[in-house]
Design a binder for this molecule. Sequence first.
Ligand SMILES: O=C(O)c1cc(=O)[nH]c(=O)n1[C@@H]1O[C@H](COP(=O)(O)O)[C@@H](O)[C@H]1O
Length: 310
Amino acid sequence: MNHFGEELAVAVRRCRNPVVVGLDPRWESLPASFRQNRASDTESQAIAYEEFCREVVDVVAPLVPAVKPQAAFFEECGPAGMLALANVMAYARDKGLLVILDGKRNDIGSTAEAYARGYLGRSSVWGADALTISPYLGADSLQPFVDVAVERGAGLFVLVKTSNPGGGMLQDQLIDGQPLYRTVAQYVADQSAGATGQGGYGSVGAVVGATYPDQLAELRAAMPNTWFLVPGYGSQGGTAKDTAAAFDAQGLGAMINNSRGIIFAHQRPEYKDSFGDSRWQGAVEAATEDMIAQLQAETAVGKLGSSDSP
Ligand SMILES: O=C(O)c1cc(=O)[nH]c(=O)n1[C@@H]1O[C@H](COP(=O)(O)O)[C@@H](O)[C@H]1O
């Protein structure tokens, strides 16, 4: 199989959930054991991030289909951080996880092609299964990513309606009476129109925030063959119920991201007393399982793997 859209459907069905664990290491939130007796220079910080993320992968690899390393937190550590990112991505792949690199990359066509060649596909130097990209420079800045993704069976997630409060400044601007995000959505939807692989979804997806459930429902209707990557669950206030419209009747169609709410669950009141800092891995596991249960209860995710689901 060489098609990200299909690989995602297979992985979600195998795991019976669409949870993406975001790998967003923040120094101040790392369990104490990763910070103690460690210098705070960028090289030491990068090593701590790699060790922490490897241990998070060990906990979640048996539970979820994918992880989403956030490039920013590794880039903050300079060259050592980029090496740590590469190592974490390789480790997650080796553990059987799909790796969605969150880089929000974009540039003019000839430059975009370099990004695409560098990041997309297991044969690339970074080996990401999928990459987040921004549409700000227009369609000709997206096409090189699409061309390389299709050629290599990799995936993309284009920012369409982002979870942050300020996204509407641009995304909600009306053009010919419709919000700008619908223009981007049309381009994205066209890339997967009529997809017939496993699950019926293409490899070019859309990022749609859980914090905008009405727009999420509207976009699902407009993009029937498009995978959604849905950030904003948990720390940003999005709930399982807010994501319900993103799924089809079989429980496919959307990947729900949760970064801080899972990797730093030991700091959350509901897990702090039971696990705390010293047993942080238990908190990660419990938060992941609780999120899966919430999605199964509140959305069609509960249909995954059931007898009436193909
Ligand atoms: O591209 C993304 O993943 C993304 C798009 C968006 O609209 N909102 C958003 O929060 N994200 C990312 O998703 C992650 C959310 O982190 P948590 O709020 O901790 O779950 C961060 O890495 C964000 O950069």
